[in-house]
Design a protein around this ligand. Structure first.
Ligand code: NDP
Length: 285
């Protein structure tokens, strides 16, 4: 059996086109959706991510501002920039690229972003709203995964879903979204005993660990849907996921590739969240 490929590039393009249409409507009503992206330090992966995010905004007709600061930026300086953007009416979404340098408390920075502009959905009030089933913003990566499952008509209600990875930005919100959609969810972490026992019972497996190719075909139930969130740079410079694609695709019914899977969806959903924030700003005018 060879799995169907879930093409994140193609689906993201459709979503970005819808975003462009919604942006045009908002702009015609005098509210051009605006996203501010802050990056501190020179982490090469972060630099690529922020450039891609800003470029995607421009392409979809959103206003975007990229603020890049040296690693020597102090915590107070960063908090003051966030507060200034909170008060800036042309900015509807604020994203602070993680990781931040060690001398800056990332949690404090995220809590300083106005919840209504927290397009990453990481603020505790947004995490709480998600947990209680009334999300304001869905974190972009899990939101993108839900869109992929929806586009593939994957039956979530009643499905057994296993998520490997329990981070606040991927694993936990992913669990909340799948659980809200009716799946029975298990979240695994690095201490989970007999990981393969869990994955072999799953109709949907989402892997987000940052451990290259740690899940292979022998761990997948025949016919399961496999979503690979991982992005790992190999010594030869190539990218690979947390799933061993070649063996998993022989067992799964559908699978996301890396690159070209979840990554492009994360950016597309960031645009969607920015549009949603701008639409709310217009509605409250
Ligand atoms: P974190 O490092 O924050 O979390 C990793 C999680 O995986 C932890 O919960 C950890 O467990 C768990 N884990 C690590 N090793 C194992 C293991 N051997 N078995 C089971 N669980 C394990 O990572 P992120 O969630 O931030 O990112 C995960 C991956 O997803 C990375 O490759 C990242 O680059 C990628 N990513 C991709 C995005 C995209 O757009 N495609 C967006 C965001 C991230 P424990 O809690 O016990 O430490």
């Amino acid at each position: 059996m060879t799995a169907r490929l879930i093409d994140g590039v193609k689906l993201a393009a459709v979503i970005r086109e819808e975003v462009a249409q919604r942006a045009a409507v908002l702009t015609a009503h005098g509210v051009r959706p605006g996203l501010a992206v802050i990056v501190v330090g020179s982490d090469p992966a972060s630099q690529v991510y922020v450039r891609n995010k800003v470029a995607a905004c421009e392409k979809a007709g959103l206003h975007s501002v990229l603020e890049a600061y040296p690693a020597s930026m102090t915590q107070d300086e960063l908090l003051n920039r966030v507060k200034a953007l909170n008060a800036e009416p042309t900015i509807h979404g604020i994203l602070v690229q993680l990781p931040l340098p060690a001398h800056i408390d990332a949690h404090l920075v995220i809590e300083t972003i106005a919840a209504a502009k927290d397009v990453d959905g990481f603020h505790v009030s947004n995490a709480g709203l998600l947990m209680t089933g009334k999300p304001l913003f869905r974190p972009c990566t899990p939101y993108g995964v839900m869109k992929m499952l929806e586009s593939e008509h994957v039956e979530i209600r009643g499905a057994v879903a296993v998520i490997i990875g329990a981070s606040n930005i991927v694993g936990k919100p992913m669990a909340m979204l799948l659980q809200s959609a009716g799946a029975t969810v298990t979240i695994c972490n690095s201490k989970t005993r007999d990981l393969a026992w869990h994955t072999r019972h799953a109709d949907i497996v989402v892997v987000a660990t940052g451990k290259p190719r740690m899940v292979d075909g022998s761990m997948i139930k025949p016919g399961a849907v496999v979503i690979d969130v991982g992005i790992n740079r190999l010594p030869d410079g190539k990218l690979c996921g947390d799933v061993d694609f070649d063996s998993a695709k022989e067992v799964a019914s559908a699978i996301t590739p890396v690159p070209g899977g979840v990554g492009p969806m994360t950016i597309a959903m960031l645009l969607v969240n920015t549009i949603e924030a701008a639409e709310r700003a217009l509605a409250s005018k």
